[in-house]
Design a protein. Structure first.
Length: 555
C-alpha cells in the first residue's frame, strides 16, 4: 500500500536533505505542526500524543520518538544507524534495547513482529513504516482570553498505565497584567521541571494552556486530557511581596493530595521563579508515589502492573527503616522480573540495594554487582533517568571510591536538579572524601527542596550538617545539628554517632557516655572495628573515631 508523502515532505523533499533527516515531524524552520493519521490512529507531532480513536495511548517518550521518525521517513527504509543517530542522539545502545523499543512501538499501534501490518522489517537493511498515512495540520489552541471556549470533551477517558499530570496555568489573582508573564513563566517552568521525572507523563503545555483564564472543573480537565492528577495554583502580588499557592488534586475524586503556600519578597523575579519551580517539582514525586500506592492498596501484589509495583515499593522505601527497605527490594525484584524492559523498576531497585548497603542495612558487598548490572540496564532503557546514577554513586561510596561517587551524583543532578536525595548524597560523598566544607551547600540545597520537616530524609541532611561542623572542629555547632538529627529520626544512627563524638569533644563526657549507652542499645554490634568498615577516607574517619573513643566506644 503506497504511503502518501504530505505537503511538508513535498516542500522540502529533494532540495533540503536535512528536512528528511529530521524526520519531517515539524521541527524544520517554518514547518507546521502535523497530525499523522493512519488506520484508527492519530499521532500529534506538537502535543507528542498518540491516540486510538479518541483515547490517549500511553507511550514511553523514546518509543514515541521512534514512531515519529519511522512515519516521518516512511518513503524509505530506516537503518539501525539512522535510529541510533536520531532517536538515541548517537548514544551507544544494545541490540536488545533496540529490539525492545521496536516491539513497544508495534504494541502501541497493535502491530506485531509476526503481522508487520504497519512496521515492516526489511532483512539486513532496517525498518519501514508501510501504513497509509494522511497528514493534517494540528489544530491551534483557541485564544486564552475573553470568552474563549474550553476544548470539547473528548473520549480520552482511558488513562495511561502510569500516572499523568496536567499543570494548569496559574491564576493571576492581583489583576495586574504585568504579572502575566511571571504567571506563565512559573507554569511553563514547572511543566519542564516535572518532565525530568521519569515516572509520570506530563501533559504538554499546548494542551493545558487552552484553559488559561478559565474557571475549570478539575474532574473535567482530567477527562479531557487523560490526566490522573491536576496541579493548579495562583499568584497574588501586593507591593513588593508575592504569595504563590500550589495544590495537587486527584482529578478522579477531586480530593486534595498536597498544597503549599509561598510568601516571598519580589526582588529578583527570575530567582523567585526558579525557587518556586524547584520546590514544587521536588514535592510532587513523593506525593505521587504515596497517592499511587493508595490507589493500589486493595489489589494484591500479583495484580499490580509495572508502575503500581514501583509506587508500592517506594512508599515503603521512603519510610527509611530496614524492614521497609527489605519490603521495597522484594517488590522491586518482582517488578524487574515481570517487566524486564521497564526502566524505573531497574533504576530504583539498583538505588535501594545500594543505599541499604551504604548505610549498613545489609552486608557490604552484597548485591554489589547486581547494582551495577541493574543501573547499566536502566541507563540503556532510559539515558535521561537520574536514579541509576544515584545508585552508582551509592555503590561507589560503599567501595570507598568517593571521586567516582561525586561524579555519579553530579550526573544525576545534571539530569534532574530537583532531586533532594541527590543533593544530600552528594554532600555525604564530599564528607567521606574529606571535602566537608563543600558539602554544606549540598545539605542546604537538599533541605530547601523538602516540603515537610517530617520527611525522613531531613535527618540525613541534619546529621550531614552536624558532620561538616564536627570535621571542621566546630563542636558546639555540631552538637546542635546532630541533636536535631537524632530527635527527628531516632532510628538513623548516624546522627547519634556524631552527637556522641561532638559531646565528647566539647568536654560533656558524662552526657556523651549516656548517649553512647543508648546508641549501643539500638546497635549492639557497634564498635571501633565496626566503624572502621564504613567508607570514610582515613582522615575524617580518624577524627570521628577520636570523639567516639572519648565517648566510651570500645574497640
Amino acid at each position: 500500500m503506497a504511503a502518501s508523502r504530505g505537503p511538508v515532505a513535498e516542500a522540502c523533499g529533494s532540495r533540503y536533505p536535512f528536512c528528511r533527516e529530521l524526520g519531517n515531524i515539524g521541527v524544520a524552520w517554518g514547518a507546521k505542526s502535523l497530525i499523522y493519521n493512519f488506520e484508527e490512529y492519530s499521532l500529534d507531532t506538537d502535543r507528542q500524543e498518540l491516540r486510538h480513536g479518541g483515547d490517549l495511548v500511553a507511550v514511553e517518550p523514546q518509543v514515541l520518538d521512534l514512531l515519529l521518525y519511522l512515519i516521518g521517513n516512511r518513503e524509505r527504509v530506516v537503518s539501525k544507524d539512522d535510529l541510533i543517530a536520531h532517536v538515541w542522539k548517537g548514544r551507544i545502545v544494545s541490540d536488545s534495547t533496540l529490539t525492545s523499543r521496536i516491539a513497544s512501538a508495534r504494541q502501541a499501534i497493535r502491530d506485531s513482529g509476526d503481522q508487520q501490518r504497519l512496521i515492516r522489517t526489511i532483512a539486513r537493511k532496517g525498518l519501514r513504516f508501510i501504513g497509509e498515512v494522511h497528514e493534517s495540520a494540528a489544530k491551534q489552541a483557541p485564544p486564552a482570553t475573553g470568552d474563549a471556549a474550553l476544548p470539547a470533551q473528548s473520549s480520552a477517558g482511558a488513562l495511561p498505565d502510569k500516572p499523568s499530570i496536567a499543570v494548569l496555568p496559574f491564576t493571576n489573582m492581583s489583576g495586574d497584567p504585568e504579572q502575566e508573564y511571571f504567571r506563565d513563566g512559573i507554569t511553563e517552568d514547572i511543566i519542564t521541571a516535572l518532565s525530568r521525572f521519569r515516572w509520570f507523563l506530563v501533559i504538554a503545555r499546548s494542551s493545558t494552556f487552552v484553559y488559561k483564564g478559565q474557571g475549570v472543573d478539575v474532574k473535567q480537565v482530567g477527562r479531557d486530557l487523560g490526566a490522573r492528577y491536576v496541579l493548579e495554583g495562583s499568584i497574588r502580588k501586593s507591593g513588593q511581596r508575592v504569595r504563590i499557592t500550589a495544590q495537587l488534586i486527584d482529578a478522579n475524586s477531586g480530593g486534595h493530595i498536597w498544597a503549599e503556600q509561598y510568601d516571598r519578597e519580589l526582588t529578583d523575579i527570575f530567582a523567585l521563579q526558579d525557587e518556586i519551580t524547584a520546590r514544587v517539582a521536588a514535592a510532587i514525586q513523593p506525593k505521587l508515589w504515596a497517592a499511587e500506592d493508595v490507589r493500589g492498596t486493595k489489589r494484591s501484589i500479583g495484580d499490580l502492573d509495572a508502575w503500581d509495583l514501583v509506587a508500592r515499593a517506594m512508599s515503603h522505601q521512603w519510610k527509611l527503616t530496614p524492614a521497609d527497605s527489605r519490603t521495597a527490594i522484594s517488590i522491586l525484584r518482582q517488578a524487574v522480573q515481570r517487566h524486564p524492559d521497564y526502566g524505573p523498576a531497574h533504576s530504583l531497585l539498583a538505588y535501594v540495594l545500594a543505599l541499604s548497603a551504604s548505610i549498613g542495612w545489609m552486608p557490604a558487598g552484597r548485591g554489589d554487582e547486581l547494582v551495577a548490572e541493574l543501573a547499566a540496564r536502566a541507563i540503556d532503557l532510559d539515558p535521561d533517568d537520574s536514579w541509576p546514577h544515584e545508585a552508582l554513586g551509592q555503590r561507589a561510596v560503599s567501595r570507598r571510591q568517593t571521586n567516582d561517587a561525586i561524579r555519579h551524583y553530579q550526573t544525576a543532578l545534571d539530569l534532574n536538579p530537583n532531586l533532594p536525595t541527590a543533593h544530600c548524597n552528594l554532600g555525604w560523598a564530599l564528607i567521606l572524601g574529606g571535602r566537608s566544607e563543600q558539602a554544606l551547600r549540598c545539605f542546604e540545597r537538599s533541605r530547601a527542596l523538602r516540603t515537610s520537616p517530617r520527611d525522613p530524609w531531613t535527618a540525613f541532611d541534619l546529621s550531614g550538617i552536624g558532620a561538616v561542623h564536627y570535621l571542621a572542629g566546630r563542636y558546639a555547632e555540631a552538637v546542635e545539628w546532630a541533636r536535631q538529627a537524632a530527635q527527628v529520626r531516632s532510628g538513623l544512627l548516624t546522627g547519634h554517632r556524631f552527637l556522641c563524638a561532638s559531646l565528647a569533644q566539647v568536654g560533656h563526657i558524662e552526657e556523651a557516655k549516656a548517649v553512647m549507652s543508648g546508641l549501643r542499645q539500638l546497635q549492639p554490634d557497634l564498635s571501633i572495628a565496626w566503624m572502621q568498615a564504613l567508607p570514610y577516607m582515613p582522615g575524617p574517619l580518624a577524627h570521628l573515631l577520636d570523639g567516639l573513643r572519648k565517648a566510651g566506644l570500645p574497640d
